[in-house]
Design a protein around this ligand. Structure first.
Ligand code: F6R
Length: 264
Protein backbone atom coordinates (compact mmCIF):
# COMPACT_ATOMS: atom_id res chain seq x y z
CA UNK A 1 0.00 0.00 0.00
CA UNK A 2 1.15 3.53 -0.71
CA UNK A 3 -0.30 6.53 1.10
CA UNK A 4 -0.10 9.91 -0.62
CA UNK A 5 -1.01 13.05 1.27
CA UNK A 6 -2.22 16.15 -0.54
CA UNK A 7 -2.73 19.58 1.04
CA UNK A 8 -6.42 19.86 0.13
CA UNK A 9 -9.40 17.70 -0.82
CA UNK A 10 -9.38 19.37 -4.23
CA UNK A 11 -5.78 18.34 -4.90
CA UNK A 12 -6.45 14.81 -3.60
CA UNK A 13 -9.30 14.49 -6.11
CA UNK A 14 -7.19 16.00 -8.88
CA UNK A 15 -4.36 13.52 -8.32
CA UNK A 16 -6.81 10.61 -8.22
CA UNK A 17 -8.36 11.79 -11.50
CA UNK A 18 -4.93 12.04 -13.12
CA UNK A 19 -4.12 8.46 -12.06
CA UNK A 20 -7.40 7.27 -13.59
CA UNK A 21 -6.66 9.20 -16.79
CA UNK A 22 -3.25 7.52 -17.00
CA UNK A 23 -4.80 4.09 -16.41
CA UNK A 24 -7.32 4.63 -19.23
CA UNK A 25 -4.63 6.15 -21.46
CA UNK A 26 -2.57 2.97 -21.02
CA UNK A 27 -5.53 0.64 -21.39
CA UNK A 28 -8.55 2.19 -23.15
CA UNK A 29 -10.53 -1.00 -22.37
CA UNK A 30 -10.14 -0.50 -18.63
CA UNK A 31 -12.82 -2.06 -16.44
CA UNK A 32 -13.46 0.49 -13.71
CA UNK A 33 -14.87 -0.27 -10.28
CA UNK A 34 -16.74 2.84 -9.16
CA UNK A 35 -17.96 4.24 -5.86
CA UNK A 36 -20.47 6.90 -4.86
CA UNK A 37 -20.66 9.36 -1.96
CA UNK A 38 -19.56 12.90 -1.26
CA UNK A 39 -15.84 12.22 -1.71
CA UNK A 40 -16.41 10.84 -5.20
CA UNK A 41 -18.41 13.89 -6.31
CA UNK A 42 -15.26 15.98 -6.23
CA UNK A 43 -13.32 13.29 -8.06
CA UNK A 44 -16.01 12.85 -10.71
CA UNK A 45 -16.08 16.56 -11.44
CA UNK A 46 -12.30 16.41 -11.99
CA UNK A 47 -12.80 13.45 -14.35
CA UNK A 48 -15.47 15.38 -16.25
CA UNK A 49 -13.06 18.30 -16.54
CA UNK A 50 -10.30 16.03 -17.91
CA UNK A 51 -12.80 14.49 -20.35
CA UNK A 52 -14.02 17.92 -21.50
CA UNK A 53 -10.47 19.02 -22.20
CA UNK A 54 -9.87 15.90 -24.31
CA UNK A 55 -7.57 14.18 -21.81
CA UNK A 56 -9.66 11.03 -21.24
CA UNK A 57 -11.69 8.90 -23.63
CA UNK A 58 -14.12 6.63 -21.78
CA UNK A 59 -15.70 5.18 -24.93
CA UNK A 60 -14.17 1.73 -24.56
CA UNK A 61 -14.35 1.52 -20.74
CA UNK A 62 -16.76 -0.62 -18.80
CA UNK A 63 -17.74 -0.04 -15.19
CA UNK A 64 -19.13 -1.82 -12.15
CA UNK A 65 -20.29 0.12 -9.12
CA UNK A 66 -19.65 -1.17 -5.65
CA UNK A 67 -23.17 -0.96 -4.34
CA UNK A 68 -26.83 -0.01 -4.65
CA UNK A 69 -29.61 0.52 -2.11
CA UNK A 70 -32.14 -2.28 -1.82
CA UNK A 71 -35.65 -1.17 -2.73
CA UNK A 72 -34.76 1.87 -4.86
CA UNK A 73 -35.67 1.86 -8.54
CA UNK A 74 -32.79 2.94 -10.80
CA UNK A 75 -34.84 6.04 -11.66
CA UNK A 76 -35.21 7.04 -7.99
CA UNK A 77 -33.13 10.23 -7.56
CA UNK A 78 -31.52 8.72 -4.43
CA UNK A 79 -30.44 5.50 -6.15
CA UNK A 80 -26.76 5.10 -6.88
CA UNK A 81 -27.66 4.62 -10.56
CA UNK A 82 -29.13 8.13 -10.57
CA UNK A 83 -26.11 9.44 -8.67
CA UNK A 84 -23.74 7.94 -11.27
CA UNK A 85 -25.74 9.27 -14.22
CA UNK A 86 -25.92 12.73 -12.67
CA UNK A 87 -22.31 13.01 -11.53
CA UNK A 88 -20.46 11.13 -14.25
CA UNK A 89 -22.10 9.00 -16.92
CA UNK A 90 -24.29 11.78 -18.40
CA UNK A 91 -21.25 14.04 -18.69
CA UNK A 92 -18.71 11.73 -20.35
CA UNK A 93 -18.62 9.46 -23.40
CA UNK A 94 -18.95 6.09 -21.65
CA UNK A 95 -21.53 3.81 -23.24
CA UNK A 96 -24.30 3.50 -20.60
CA UNK A 97 -24.83 -0.12 -21.68
CA UNK A 98 -21.32 -0.80 -20.40
CA UNK A 99 -22.04 0.61 -16.95
CA UNK A 100 -23.33 -1.71 -14.25
CA UNK A 101 -24.81 -1.43 -10.78
CA UNK A 102 -26.60 -4.11 -8.79
CA UNK A 103 -30.36 -4.06 -9.38
CA UNK A 104 -31.78 -2.59 -6.17
CA UNK A 105 -35.26 -3.94 -6.89
CA UNK A 106 -34.23 -7.50 -7.80
CA UNK A 107 -36.64 -9.97 -6.20
CA UNK A 108 -34.15 -12.74 -5.59
CA UNK A 109 -31.25 -11.15 -3.70
CA UNK A 110 -28.94 -14.16 -3.86
CA UNK A 111 -29.50 -14.60 -7.62
CA UNK A 112 -28.83 -10.89 -8.25
CA UNK A 113 -25.62 -11.05 -6.23
CA UNK A 114 -24.44 -14.14 -8.13
CA UNK A 115 -25.33 -12.52 -11.44
CA UNK A 116 -23.32 -9.40 -10.57
CA UNK A 117 -20.26 -11.48 -9.73
CA UNK A 118 -20.66 -13.34 -13.04
CA UNK A 119 -20.85 -10.09 -14.99
CA UNK A 120 -17.60 -8.88 -13.40
CA UNK A 121 -15.94 -12.16 -14.21
CA UNK A 122 -17.18 -12.09 -17.82
CA UNK A 123 -15.71 -8.59 -18.18
CA UNK A 124 -12.33 -10.04 -17.24
CA UNK A 125 -12.30 -8.62 -13.70
CA UNK A 126 -11.86 -5.07 -12.46
CA UNK A 127 -8.68 -3.27 -13.49
CA UNK A 128 -8.99 -0.26 -11.20
CA UNK A 129 -11.32 -0.08 -8.21
CA UNK A 130 -12.14 3.31 -6.68
CA UNK A 131 -13.03 3.41 -3.01
CA UNK A 132 -14.07 5.84 -0.33
CA UNK A 133 -14.23 4.87 3.32
CA UNK A 134 -17.24 5.14 5.60
CA UNK A 135 -17.08 6.31 9.20
CA UNK A 136 -17.75 2.67 10.19
CA UNK A 137 -14.62 1.66 8.28
CA UNK A 138 -16.68 0.18 5.47
CA UNK A 139 -15.54 -0.07 1.86
CA UNK A 140 -18.51 -0.51 -0.43
CA UNK A 141 -21.15 -1.34 2.18
CA UNK A 142 -19.04 -3.98 3.90
CA UNK A 143 -19.96 -3.11 7.45
CA UNK A 144 -18.03 -4.37 10.51
CA UNK A 145 -17.61 -8.16 10.68
CA UNK A 146 -18.03 -8.59 6.93
CA UNK A 147 -15.97 -11.63 6.06
CA UNK A 148 -12.64 -10.60 4.60
CA UNK A 149 -13.33 -13.00 1.71
CA UNK A 150 -16.98 -11.99 1.22
CA UNK A 151 -18.50 -11.70 -2.25
CA UNK A 152 -21.36 -9.56 -3.59
CA UNK A 153 -24.44 -9.87 -1.40
CA UNK A 154 -27.26 -8.00 0.27
CA UNK A 155 -26.30 -6.48 3.63
CA UNK A 156 -27.89 -4.59 6.52
CA UNK A 157 -26.37 -1.15 7.20
CA UNK A 158 -25.08 0.04 10.57
CA UNK A 159 -26.54 2.97 12.50
CA UNK A 160 -23.27 4.86 11.77
CA UNK A 161 -23.77 4.46 8.03
CA UNK A 162 -27.45 5.38 8.22
CA UNK A 163 -26.51 8.52 10.19
CA UNK A 164 -23.76 9.27 7.63
CA UNK A 165 -25.98 8.97 4.55
CA UNK A 166 -29.57 9.70 5.62
CA UNK A 167 -29.08 13.52 5.47
CA UNK A 168 -28.72 13.05 1.69
CA UNK A 169 -32.37 11.92 1.51
CA UNK A 170 -35.21 14.50 1.37
CA UNK A 171 -36.71 12.66 4.32
CA UNK A 172 -33.87 10.96 6.26
CA UNK A 173 -36.25 8.17 7.34
CA UNK A 174 -36.58 7.17 3.66
CA UNK A 175 -33.00 5.94 3.49
CA UNK A 176 -33.02 2.16 2.94
CA UNK A 177 -31.36 0.18 5.71
CA UNK A 178 -30.13 -2.53 3.34
CA UNK A 179 -27.94 -2.52 0.23
CA UNK A 180 -26.28 -4.77 -2.30
CA UNK A 181 -22.52 -4.52 -2.09
CA UNK A 182 -19.51 -6.14 -3.66
CA UNK A 183 -17.77 -8.19 -1.01
CA UNK A 184 -14.32 -7.55 0.40
CA UNK A 185 -13.09 -10.56 -1.58
CA UNK A 186 -14.60 -9.05 -4.75
CA UNK A 187 -12.82 -5.74 -4.06
CA UNK A 188 -9.49 -7.43 -3.33
CA UNK A 189 -9.69 -9.23 -6.70
CA UNK A 190 -9.30 -5.86 -8.49
CA UNK A 191 -5.88 -5.49 -10.10
CA UNK A 192 -5.39 -2.00 -8.66
CA UNK A 193 -7.21 -0.14 -5.92
CA UNK A 194 -7.40 3.62 -5.41
CA UNK A 195 -8.94 4.88 -2.19
CA UNK A 196 -9.63 8.58 -1.69
CA UNK A 197 -10.21 9.91 1.81
CA UNK A 198 -10.85 13.53 2.73
CA UNK A 199 -11.98 15.52 5.75
CA UNK A 200 -11.13 15.46 9.44
CA UNK A 201 -14.14 13.28 10.28
CA UNK A 202 -12.30 10.42 8.52
CA UNK A 203 -8.95 10.92 10.31
CA UNK A 204 -9.53 8.39 13.08
CA UNK A 205 -10.88 5.62 10.83
CA UNK A 206 -8.22 6.21 8.16
CA UNK A 207 -5.41 5.77 10.71
CA UNK A 208 -6.99 2.54 11.92
CA UNK A 209 -7.55 1.30 8.36
CA UNK A 210 -4.05 1.99 7.11
CA UNK A 211 -1.82 1.57 10.15
CA UNK A 212 -3.89 -0.58 12.50
CA UNK A 213 -4.12 -4.37 12.68
CA UNK A 214 -6.14 -6.21 10.02
CA UNK A 215 -9.55 -6.93 11.46
CA UNK A 216 -12.99 -7.67 10.07
CA UNK A 217 -14.28 -5.03 12.52
CA UNK A 218 -12.80 -2.45 10.10
CA UNK A 219 -13.29 -3.73 6.55
CA UNK A 220 -10.86 -1.24 5.03
CA UNK A 221 -7.96 -2.87 6.90
CA UNK A 222 -8.29 -5.70 4.36
CA UNK A 223 -6.65 -3.36 1.83
CA UNK A 224 -3.37 -4.03 3.64
CA UNK A 225 -3.54 -7.51 2.05
CA UNK A 226 -3.79 -6.11 -1.50
CA UNK A 227 -0.68 -5.88 -3.67
CA UNK A 228 -1.41 -2.64 -5.47
CA UNK A 229 -3.36 -0.14 -3.40
CA UNK A 230 -2.85 3.62 -3.38
CA UNK A 231 -4.57 5.72 -0.73
CA UNK A 232 -4.81 9.44 -1.43
CA UNK A 233 -5.75 11.53 1.58
CA UNK A 234 -5.97 15.24 2.22
CA UNK A 235 -4.14 16.69 5.21
CA UNK A 236 -7.27 16.77 7.36
CA UNK A 237 -7.92 13.06 6.88
CA UNK A 238 -4.21 12.21 7.26
CA UNK A 239 -3.94 14.04 10.60
CA UNK A 240 -3.75 10.89 12.79
CA UNK A 241 -1.38 8.86 10.60
CA UNK A 242 1.84 7.98 12.37
CA UNK A 243 4.12 7.73 9.33
CA UNK A 244 3.11 11.04 7.69
CA UNK A 245 6.72 12.12 7.19
CA UNK A 246 7.46 8.95 5.25
CA UNK A 247 4.34 9.32 3.08
CA UNK A 248 5.30 12.92 2.24
CA UNK A 249 8.85 11.81 1.45
CA UNK A 250 7.50 9.12 -0.88
CA UNK A 251 5.46 11.59 -2.89
CA UNK A 252 8.28 14.12 -3.11
CA UNK A 253 11.00 11.65 -4.09
CA UNK A 254 9.70 8.52 -5.81
CA UNK A 255 10.01 8.92 -9.60
CA UNK A 256 6.51 7.54 -10.23
CA UNK A 257 4.99 10.47 -8.32
CA UNK A 258 7.31 13.26 -9.50
CA UNK A 259 5.58 13.48 -12.86
CA UNK A 260 2.37 14.57 -11.12
CA UNK A 261 3.89 17.39 -9.10
CA UNK A 262 3.27 20.16 -11.60
CA UNK A 263 -0.08 18.79 -12.76
CA UNK A 264 -1.92 18.67 -9.41
C1 F6R B 1 -20.52 4.16 -1.75
C2 F6R B 1 -19.45 3.51 -1.01
C3 F6R B 1 -19.13 3.93 0.37
C4 F6R B 1 -18.57 5.36 0.42
C5 F6R B 1 -18.29 5.77 1.87
C6 F6R B 1 -17.80 7.20 1.98
O1 F6R B 1 -20.62 3.63 -3.05
O2 F6R B 1 -18.84 2.62 -1.53
O3 F6R B 1 -18.22 3.03 0.92
O4 F6R B 1 -17.40 5.43 -0.33
O5 F6R B 1 -19.44 5.63 2.64
O6 F6R B 1 -18.81 8.07 1.64
P1 F6R B 1 -18.56 9.66 1.64
O7 F6R B 1 -17.61 9.93 0.58
O8 F6R B 1 -19.94 10.22 1.37
O9 F6R B 1 -18.06 10.00 2.99
Amino acid sequence: MQVIIQPTAEKAARLAALLIADQIGTNPFTVLGLATGRTMERLYSQLVELYSSGKIDFSKCRSFNLDEYVGLEPTDPHSYRSYMNRNLFDKINIDKESTHLPDGVAEDYAAEARHYEELIEQAGGIDLQLLGIGRSGHIGFNEPLSALRSRTREKGLTRTTIDQNSPLFDRPEDMPSRAFTMGIGTILDARKILMVVTGSEKADILAKAVEGPVTSMISATALQLHESTVVIADEDAARDLQAQDYYHWLYENEPEWRKYHDKV
